[in-house]
Design a binder for this molecule. Structure first.
Ligand SMILES: [Zn+2]
Length: 87
């Protein structure tokens, strides 16, 4: 399990504490990471076009959380996997 980024922890706490501009700082932080194709949590370079699951790739474009870190935030994927030999 990937440890939660201290930056994300701090920004989340600021939002919870209703610090003025906290939400804006969080969205700016996420946008900056997505532009640079880096995960907001583990800070590793990531390429959503290579993700096996399209929903995970879409999620990255929203939250900036890479496919490796997503289960730590959202739990195991609920998208059914395609099975061989079945329609
Ligand atoms: Zn990550």
């Amino acid at each position: 399990m990937t440890p939660l980024s201290p930056v994300i922890k701090r920004l989340t706490k600021e939002i919870d504490d209703h610090v003025p501009g906290a939400l804006r700082r969080m969205t700016n932080y996420i946008d900056h990471k997505i532009i640079n194709e880096v995960c907001v949590n583990c800070d590793q370079l990531t390429d959503p076009t290579t993700y096996k699951n399209k929903v995970d790739a879409m999620e990255y474009q929203i939250s900036g959380i890479c496919e490796k870190c997503q289960p730590d935030f959202f739990g195991p994927t609920t998208t059914p996997k395609k099975r061989k030999g079945r329609i």
